[in-house]
Design a protein around this ligand. Structure first.
Ligand SMILES: NC(=O)c1ccc[n+]([C@@H]2O[C@H](COP(=O)([O-])OP(=O)(O)OC[C@H]3O[C@@H](n4cnc5c(N)ncnc54)[C@H](O)[C@@H]3O)[C@@H](O)[C@H]2O)c1
Ligand SMILES: [Zn+2]
Length: 392
């Protein structure tokens, strides 16, 4: 029915957004001209670099190398390197975010200029949010430096910080100008972090690409030993699968309820919060992924053998299947982790939608979970995990 009191006009804003992803080594060596070709060197664009402290410590020459790189690159105005703290701590309050805004203001970074963010997933989330909100969005070039940020979060289109005790409560969708996965950064991470980040590669393989999953299984020993070539291949294939899903999956800004890339994440986010982030994102995802895999089997979707293969792969890669925070219960005796289902729905909006596996490489959306069956699955994973500990 038309409304005679109103004028109604619905326009469609068409956006031509490019998601530029590059894989390289030694992006800031003078001989590597990839960056110079990637940026618009028009003579007035500025570049301000935010570098995570832990990375600056591992690569003491990096700051100087970046300075040298820009000395040898015409058409850009270099505004220096600012070193700041990263890791989950930087997402827990606004201190680093404010310093990012300060830097953008002090150096007069405008929408034609570039912010470079070099660091792990947490640091990229904070600098990314700063860049997305300053002047309603200045160009961001991400240089992820961990396995997880190179194989997943860095190629995404989101940013954010934590608030109200919840992950990523404040944040925005913003397509970065570019993402540069420089493999050199991978090999300086502490071994555990380097290995744990492979969980997002396993996740994306399970929901999108059976052949990649088999490749991960076949090469699990090399991956566990962190052989550089295998780690780099896993990261590259995972990053491409994530980017393809985001750019070709039909819902880059997550307006629908289906979130295959969040397989295992409803429990993961809650466990991170329940442990006050003592569990890292990667560890929590491994535990949450194990739970949803066993649940997929116990609800008759996934073959038992396939579910056990997944658990075995996690164990081979020294990833956890269970954590004692599962045992925390509220006054009514309900496991606290189950509140993660409602929080997951709330964060996405719409109807609760959880992805389960039908087979290795293929998922199926469901809209409710049976808590007593989840209890059984958790107990099973606890026993399995205890057994594994005895064996090792
Ligand atoms: N925006 C998104 O779409 C998205 C998606 C998934 C995860 N995330 C977020 O990413 C974060 C996790 O990222 P992460 O796993 O990279 O963890 P992280 O950023 O906490 O980094 C892990 C640790 O490694 C250190 N580090 C980083 N690079 C290093 C290097 N090259 N050498 C040595 N040490 C290094 C960091 O200081 C930190 O202590 C979480 O906050 C998570 O919520 C965001
Ligand atoms: Zn994740």
């Amino acid at each position: 029915m038309s409304n005679s009191n109103s004028i109604e006009k619905d326009y469609t804003i068409s956006l031509e957004l490019k998601h530029r992803i590059r894989f390289t080594k030694d992006a800031f060596s003078g001989a590597n001209r990839m960056l110079a070709q990637l940026l618009e060197t028009n003579g007035h664009a500025k570049v301000l670099v935010f570098l995570e402290q832990a990375v600056a410590v591992e690569f003491p020459q990096l700051k100087e190398q970046i300075e040298e790189y820009f000395k040898g690159t015409s058409g850009l105005i270099f505004k220096g390197v600012r070193v700041d703290v990263g890791a989950e701590e930087c997402k827990r309050n606004e201190k680093v975010l404010r310093r990012v805004w300060d830097g953008i203001e002090e150096e007069k970074i405008d929408r034609h200029s570039y912010i470079f963010a070099i660091g792990g997933g947490a640091f990229l989330d904070v600098v990314g949010f700063g860049a997305a909100t300053a002047h309603r969005g200045v160009r961001l070039v991400r240089f992820p430096t961990t396995t997880l940020s190179q194989d997943d979060s860095g190629v995404g289109v989101k940013n954010g910080i934590n608030a109200f005790g919840k992950k990523n409560w404040i944040g925005s969708f913003a397509v970065p100008y570019a993402v540069v996965n420089d493999f050199n950064f991978l090999h300086s991470q502490p071994k555990k972090i380097r290995r744990d980040g492979l969980i997002e590669a396993i996740k994306v393989a399970l929901v999108r690409d059976r052949d990649f999953y088999y490749w991960l299984e076949d090469n699990a020993k090399f991956l566990c030993d962190l052989k550089p070539h295998f780690l780099e291949e896993a990261v590259e294939r995972s990053a491409i699968l994530h980017a393809e899903h985001i750019t070709q999956g039909g819902d880059p800004f997550e307006t629908g309820s289906s979130r295959p890339l969040d397989y295992g994440h409803w429990a993961a986010h809650k466990l991170e919060q329940l442990t006050d982030f003592e569990l890292t994102h990667a560890e929590a995802v491994s535990i949450g992924l194990a739970l949803d895999t066993v649940y997929s089997w116990r609800t008759g979707r996934l073959e038992e053998d396939d579910a056990k293969r997944v658990l075995d792969l996690l164990v081979t890669l020294k990833l956890p299947l269970y954590h004692e925070s599962y045992e925390l219960r509220d006054e009514s005796g309900r496991r606290k982790v189950f509140a993660g289902l409602e929080e997951f729905r709330e964060h996405l909006g719409g109807k609760l939608t959880i992805l389960l596996l039908k087979s290795l490489g293929q998922g199926e959306d469901i809209h409710s979970m049976d808590e007593s069956l989840l209890e059984d699955c958790i107990n099973m994973l606890k026993d399995y995990s205890d057994e594994e500990e005895k064996v090792s």
